[in-house]
Design a protein around this ligand. Structure first.
Ligand SMILES: NC(=O)C1=CN([C@@H]2O[C@H](COP(=O)(O)OP(=O)(O)OC[C@H]3O[C@@H](n4cnc5c(N)ncnc54)[C@H](O)[C@@H]3O)[C@@H](O)[C@H]2O)C=CC1
Ligand SMILES: O=C(O)[C@@H]1CCC=N1
Length: 282
């Protein structure tokens, strides 16, 4: 519990709500200590009703009494938001950004504020099952690091890293990760329906197969290839299916996709707002 601290969240979207919900659920902060700011009053009313936090449409007002400022706007909005907050954040406060691609240096110089934490969470944070990779500038104090750890722990697991380079990598692997998992689930469920299962049953089969496999792997701590070999009988069904996945370049497609997300995170950091489809010819 860090009940003496005031926390301000700029950009009250999906991730901001996950953070607010986590902080309140885990009693890290009472609702009255949290204020969110964003341009849409309807969104504000929603959050006020759901969580009992405070809301303002004025970013500068939201940070005026803050000890911790969380930046959760889209990368494309960052420049304007930083300009609006410059000189408005108390010198003793710490800024924690979850914005994909945005470097500590760009936030720190945009705000003229040295104490900056950069974190990359993911959407399972909404149920406290996320994972966050984070790092900090030299100006961040031990007490601020502890406060950040408490906040991020309310979202699930957290891993502190010394090198900021890992943040773009985490953005590609775990930050964006749920998108790969949900696409995979959707494809498996559709395949089940194609076979002839009612969708409801296909969904149950796929969900529990994934959940069970993850739990099994986590308990066994065995190499995934070994666990896969256990499923793969000589001349059997798994071998028949895996042949097609390998032939279709499943691993290469995943690896290339994740590399594209990594490159895109770096591009966002350089302020490149959009990307043409099929940037790569391979
Ligand atoms: N969605 C995801 O899976 C993850 C997103 N992130 C990062 O978190 C950030 C937020 O993402 P989401 O919550 O998904 O986006 P979102 O679109 O749900 O939320 C952004 C919020 O910012 C508000 N906003 C727009 N302009 C503003 C301004 N000038 N001042 C204050 N608020 C403003 C919007 O009204 C919206 O409520 C992004 O930078 C993203 O890179 C990080 C990890 C995972
Ligand atoms: O798609 C995005 O840019 C965000 C960042 C991490 C996950 N989603």
């Amino acid at each position: 519990m860090m009940s003496s601290q005031n926390l301000s969240i700029i950009g009250p979207g999906v991730m901001a709500e996950a953070i607010i919900a986590g902080l309140i659920r885990n009693q890290v902060l009472p609702a009255q200590k949290i204020i969110a700011a964003g341009p849409r009053p309807e969104r504000g009313s929603e959050l006020v009703e759901r969580y009992g936090i405070r809301f303002t449409a004025d970013n500068a007002e939201a940070v005026s009494a803050a000890d911790i400022v969380i930046l959760a706007v889209k990368p494309q909005k960052l420049r304007t938001v930083l300009a609006g907050l410059r000189g408005k954040i108390a010198p003793h406060a710490v800024v924690l950004s979850i914005i994909a691609g945005a470097s500590i240096q760009s936030i720190s110089s945009g705000l003229e504020h040295p104490a900056v934490i950069r974190a990359m969470p993911n959407t399972p944070a909404q149920i406290g099952q996320g994972i966050t990779v984070w790092t900090s500038s030299l100006a961040v104090t031990e007490a601020q690091l502890e406060a950040a750890r408490l906040i991020l722990s309310a979202l699930g697991q957290e891993i502190y890293v010394e090198e900021e380079n890992y943040l773009d990598m985490a953005t590609a692997l775990s930050g964006t990760g749920p998108a790969y998992v949900f696409l995979f689930m959707e494809a498996l469920i559709d395949a089940g329906v194609h076979l002839g299962f009612p969708r409801r049953i296909a969904e149950q089969l796929v969900t529990q197969t994934i959940r069970g496999s993850v739990e099994y792997y986590a308990l066994k701590k065995d190499h995934p290839a070994h666990l896969r070999n256990q499923v793969t009988s000589p001349g059997g069904t798994s071998a028949a299916a895996l042949y097609y996945l390998e032939k279709a370049g499943f691993r290469t497609a995943l690896s290339r996709a994740i590399w594209a997300a990594y490159e895109r995170s770096q591009e966002l950091g350089r302020g490149k707002n959009s990307q043409p489809p099929e940037k790569n010819s391979d």
